[in-house]
Design a protein. Structure first.
Ligand code: CP3
Length: 334
């Protein structure tokens, strides 16, 4: 069940499991903390962020912890003003070359995340891995240009077509920021880093290859000498697998719509992570177990880390999470 063994490509008898967004709103103990502090305070206060990171580990025998933070957290160091309600909202969306040229790293990048990681590492059982994370430059740029979440990201996609050079400059600056931020997380104790490309699915393969891939390569290459496991998750990216295959990641996380066996064929030698539909946690116990086992069987033939195909939903029944973890740990792969 060792997360790190599986992440390094060693096929284990049992699949390790963690859940994207495992620290969060489906846990009453998270809601109790949230009643007293804003989301920004929670992410900026190392003791609180560490506590929330550890909450799911106290309840469930998960194989990894993911630090409680947000993909938007490091952007403050570029002087960007962000609020959460609950999704990110940008006070001044970046819609001109001049606003992008003016961006510069002003401060140390989110040192409180490093402090939170050190607290968690000290409290975590030695066989539980600690995951740090960041957003990809292309996904961060989508929020920064659009001004917040959106279905179609029309401002962002217009900007990509109207001002490709300015967008490349923004992606370059976000890449440099990400490298500093992610290396800091490894130095603070993260065993693995996951890059979240939550808005990959907006793009066709030509755009993705030009505006995504080169920057992801730079980030992953800059982490190579740290020894941390490099993980990549692109949402809605089944049509982009050729490009995803070129990202130098040890672990490729796939969403619930992507067939794991097909992904295995497209990504030989890589550890696969995923990919239960988060909605299955609302099914009856027998269906939940059989769907989890179906995913486990389709993950055979190489190393597999069990996960959801995207983040866990806010009102997920807690018993279902416990049942899922038991089911995964009971399944023998060898
Ligand atoms: O996985 C974990 O347990 C660690 C915590 C974590 C959060 N955000 C906390 C959070 C992680 C890994 C993230 C990543 C993140 N943030 C992503 C990538 C993963 C994905 O879901 O695709 C994205 C796109 C964001 C941006 C973001 N932040 C959104 C869209 C939202 C609001 C809606 C939502 O999905 O929760 C946030 C706010 C946020 N980040 C919350 C949490 C727990 C909700 C705050 C609250 O309790 O109201």
């Amino acid at each position: 069940m060792s997360f790190l063994q599986a992440a390094r490509g060693i096929s284990e008898e049992r699949a390790p499991i963690w859940l994207m967004r495992q620290a969060g709103r489906y846990l009453p103990e998270y809601l109790a903390v949230k009643a007293k502090s804003s989301f920004l305070e929670m992410t900026r206060t190392p003791e609180i962020a560490a506590e929330i990171t550890l909450q799911p580990l106290r309840r469930f025998p998960l194989d990894a912890a993911i630090i409680f933070s947000d993909i938007m957290t490091p952007l403050e160091a570029l002087g960007i003003d962000i609020t959460f309600n609950p999704g990110p909202s940008i006070a001044k969306p970046l819609r001109s070359a001049a606003s992008i040229e003016a961006l510069a790293m002003r401060d140390e990048v989110a040192p409180f995340v490093g402090d939170a990681l050190r607290i968690v590492r000290a409290e975590l059982a030695p066989d539980v891995a600690l995951i740090g994370f960041g957003g990809t430059p292309l996904t961060l740029a989508a929020y920064l240009v659009e001004g917040g979440g959106s279905k179609e990201y029309t401002h962002f996609r217009q900007f990509l077509r109207r001002e490709p050079a300015a967008l490349h400059l923004l992606l370059d600056k976000l890449t440099e920021l990400s490298i500093v931020y992610l290396r800091m997380q490894v130095a603070a104790g993260a065993d693995a880093i996951q890059l979240f490309d939550s808005w990959a699915g907006l793009h066709d393969a030509v755009v993705y290859r030009e505006f995504g891939l080169p920057y992801y390569k730079r980030i992953m290459d800059a982490l190579a000498d740290t020894g941390a496991v490099r993980m990549f998750f692109a949402l809605g990216a089944a049509h982009l697998m050729d490009v995803v295959a070129e990202v130098p990641a040890d672990v490729v996380s796939v969403d619930w719509r992507t067939d794991l066996r097909a992904a295995r064929a497209q990504l030989p030698g890589r550890t696969l992570q995923g990919n239960l539909d988060p909605a299955v946690l609302y099914a009856d116990r027998a269906t939940l177990a059989s769907e989890a086992q179906r995913i486990l069987r389709s993950g055979l033939g190489g190393a597999h880390i069990f996960n959801l195909g995207h983040g866990i939903w806010p009102d997920t029944p807690i018993d279902a999470v416990a049942h899922l973890i038991e089911t995964v740990h009971a399944f023998k792969r060898l």
